[in-house]
Design a protein around this ligand. Structure first.
Ligand SMILES: Cc1cc2nc3c(=O)[nH]c(=O)nc-3n(C[C@H](O)[C@H](O)[C@H](O)COP(=O)(O)OP(=O)(O)OC[C@H]3O[C@@H](n4cnc5c(N)ncnc54)[C@H](O)[C@@H]3O)c2cc1C
Length: 238
């Protein structure tokens, strides 16, 4: 579950102003006025379209987005924090005790009654033992060593628009693991309506061109492209 906590006000105007000032002799205030006046947003979006085509993406770094994520497994959060051009704050397992068994169960297991019973039993046993360790005075930072990857976590992360595009490309791809892929899709749905010119065509490589995964391709580029374009359409009207 992800929500947008905060973001740069008027991200498209901020980006366009930063981009224009590189090549303009006008004062910044005049450039800004141009983008905030009548048709300003339209002008900003036109400029961003050109920037995206040219690949001069550093100006996209002027717009930042902060997300709050809950009920994510530690397995997925470990993948998320591999993205280095970002800031993270994650609930500590040293200072916060995992007293309640809160965990993520993948559909592949949940959809099988027998396997999901075994999964739930084992996880509940682990959390019981964890609780026993805590009762016995074992510090939380040590008791957590027995907790599973499925354990839920919560975190906040901030990425700029350039890194978000990179994140969506890698983690929105069918090759990415399902939980972080779902997070990528949910993030896309949140940011697209706020800055459509920036996130137009965001997502895996197949949204804009050919699949980049070679032998690992899912083999469904047209279907995936349609899915992302449809997500953008729905998000724009949400
Ligand atoms: C499908 C999939 C499978 C994966 N499997 C594995 C796996 O088996 N094992 C594993 O360890 N990881 C795995 N990863 C993680 C992957 O290797 C990356 O660590 C992760 O996706 C972060 O991406 P990144 O390094 O491109 O970019 P980020 O950390 O998001 O950085 C963005 C970009 O900034 C630049 N950059 C950042 N830091 C540096 C730097 N120090 N030097 C130069 N340029 C830099 C690069 O251009 C980089 O692409 C997998 C990822 C995916 C999507």
């Amino acid at each position: 579950m992800v929500r947008l906590i905060n973001y740069t006000i008027n991200p498209e105007i901020t980006i366009a102003t930063a981009a224009r000032l590189c090549y303009s002799s006008y004062d910044i205030s005049k450039i800004e006025k141009d983008f905030t006046g009548s048709n300003g947003l339209e002008k900003a979006r036109k400029l961003i379209k050109k920037i995206r085509i040219s690949g001069h993406d550093s100006v996209l770094e002027h717009a930042g987005f902060t997300f709050g994520v809950e009920k994510l497994s530690r397995s997925a959060s470990h993948q998320l924090v591999r993205h280095r051009i970002a800031s993270y704050s994650q609930r500590s397992q040293r200072y916060v005790k995992e007293t309640k068994p809160q965990f993520v169960i993948p559909d592949s297991i949940a959809n099988d009654a027998g396997l999901s019973d075994m999964f739930n039993k084992l996880i509940n046993d682990i959390f019981s033992l964890y609780g026993y360790f805590i009762e016995k005075g074992i510090p939380a930072e040590d008791a957590r060593y027995i907790l599973p990857n499925a354990t839920e976590t919560q975190l906040a992360f901030t990425m700029n628009a350039r890194e978000l595009l990179h994140f969506l490309k890698l983690r929105g791809c069918e090759r990415a693991q399902w939980e972080i892929r779902q997070l990528a899709k949910d993030v896309f749905k949140l940011v697209y309506p706020i800055a459509p010119s920036v996130f137009q065509g965001a997502g895996p490589a197949c949204v804009k061109g050919n699949c980049s995964e070679g032998g690992f391709t899912c083999g469904r580029p047209l279907e995936i492209r349609a899915e992302w374009l449809n997500m953008a359409k729905l998000a724009a009207h949400s």
